[in-house]
Design a protein around this ligand. Structure first.
Ligand code: SF4
Length: 470
């Protein structure tokens, strides 16, 4: 998909000036890191588990078409109706058509990044179907009219005062800023929505081909309520969520929850296949009577055949963004829709086209932390480098950058010229710094707009070593 370009740099610049967001990030950023580190250490041989996770997900990608067909057969045998959506528009149309078929007026939705990817809420609202987010973070953001800031903790940038204000503006709860009371108010409000809803919409963490079932994990139980209380359930999942065997779920869950929040397991793990079985032994009325499963492609099949293939291993744990210094500084709203941090830097260009947000693959320090913590060993920095190479091959980088790289290469390939240029630059920087710091250079205005440079000694390292060795 190719749409008008969006500037990461412009969004990041705005975010850097948001003191409230940066303060909130400073408070929470270390918690995810230490929780994951402790959980991995307690597990024991976490590296072998990561390797196992990589192999499971590689099998998913290798056998994806056959596994998806197997999933479709088994899910339909269990009473679900499976639809294939080639793109976001098709997925929106199928969802709206299913909702209209059941004359739905109210939908409850559990957190779904795929739903964000296809902009589902807007389509449902346009069709006259009120849609209520039921994950607490997503619910807060829906009230605020904002997009998720993080895939696991979508409202992590919101402070309690802001949330209290939002609740008061929307007549939710009794007022006050007590966190427990705010949570109780949200729960009470959302319980009524669950009971009144005509349809429940969920994503899926994994789709198991051998049993035709979708797994969702949540900490609040809202996913299970959305999946089971309304008479109609709609599951929307990217085709990359497919996994061959349900027996692999233990390893995948162990990786997912430890990498995401440091938990051994999420509070709620729900596995469901088709619709409610009319022959329930206990005669209960639990479970939806109709279950529609929408399998979304939206660029994933093309990714499978491209250099970005390994990105399809992603299990959406969020560990890469939790450990990314750039994400910590600029927050989740600087990236594209739905996906953020290092995974977004690869996934967004892969799904929306390389030129949608052309500076996205460059928003990295290349420290490699994301790859080190990724539970399925996705080489994120390497994939970003491939995206950069593609931009160079397609000649879409700015002329000034290409000219500078050309000049740099020309000089570096000529040692005498390099030594002369380096010595001249060392002297120049010494003069520009005036003995303290270099604060601006006319030919690098962007670089110095957010940084300064300690004044160099006026000689190159080679010159200093030469002098030492005399
Ligand atoms: S890329 Fe890896 S670390 Fe990042 S969300 Fe996906 S699985 Fe988690």
């Amino acid at each position: 998909m190719q749409t008008a370009p969006v500037s990461f740099a412009a969004r990041a610049k705005k975010a850097l000036g948001d003191a409230a967001m940066r303060g909130a990030m400073a408070e929470v950023k270390g918690k995810f890191i230490s929780a994951r580190a402790q959980a991995a250490a307690e597990y024991g041989d976490f590296e072998s588990l990561r390797e196992r996770g990589k192999q499971i997900r590689e099998q998913s990608i290798n056998e994806m078409p056959a596994l998806l067909r197997q999933f479709e057969q088994n899910a339909q045998a269990a009473g679900a109706r499976v639809f294939w959506a080639a793109n976001a528009e098709a997925a929106r149309k199928i969802t709206v058509a299913a909702a209209r078929h059941h004359n739905a007026k109210l939908a409850v939705k559990s957190k779904s990044i795929t739903g964000e990817e296809i902009r589902l809420n807007g389509a449902l609202e346009k069709a006259g179907i009120k849609t209520v987010e039921t994950d607490l973070g997503e619910f807060i953001l829906q009230l605020a009219g904002e997009e998720p800031f993080h895939i696991i903790a979508p409202a992590m940038h919101k402070r309690r005062e802001e949330i209290a204000k939002l609740f008061a503006q929307n007549n939710i709860g009794e007022g006050g800023e007590d966190i427990a009371a705010l949570t109780r108010s949200a729960r009470k409000h959302l319980r009524a929505q669950f009971l009144a809803a005509d349809i429940g919409i969920t994503g899926a963490n994994f789709l198991f081909a051998d049993i035709g079932a979708a797994m969702i994990v949540t900490n609040e139980g809202n996913g299970r309520l959305a999946a089971t209380l309304p008479k109609v359930r709609i599951t929307i999942a990217g085709i990359d969520k497919i996994v061959a065997r349900f027996s692999d779920s233990a390893d995948l869950l162990a990786l997912l929850t430890r990498s995401a929040t440091g938990q051994k397991i999420s509070n709620y793990v729900t596995v469901a296949s088709g619709a409610r079985n009319g022959d329930c032994n206990d005669g209960s009325e639990e479970g939806p009577r109709h279950h529609y499963i929408i399998l979304l492609d939206n660029g994933r099949s093309a990714m499978r055949k491209s250099e970005m293939r390994e990105m399809l291993r992603c299990i959406r744990c969020g560990a890469c963004m939790n450990h990314c210094p750039v994400y910590h500084a600029v927050g989740g709203h600087s990236y594209g829709p739905a996906y953020m941090g290092p995974m977004g830097q690869v996934l967004i260009p892969a799904l929306r086209g390389i030129n949608y947000m052309p500076d996205l693959p460059h928003a990295a320090t290349m420290c490699g932390a994301c790859e080190v913590v990724c539970p399925v060993k996705i080489p994120l920095p390497g994939l970003m480098r491939k995206l950069r190479e593609k931009q160079v091959k397609e000649k879409t980088r700015p002329f000034a950058e290409s000219a500078a790289v050309f000049l740099w290469t020309f000089v570096c390939l000529r040692p005498r010229l390099y030594n002369f240029a380096a010595a001249a630059m060392a002297m120049f920087l010494r003069l520009a710094g005036g003995g303290s710091k270099v604060r601006r250079l006319f030919f690098l205005p962007g670089w110095f707009s957010a940084r300064d440079l300690i004044c160099p000694p006026g000689r190159t390292l080679a010159q200093m070593l030469k002098k030492e060795n005399r």
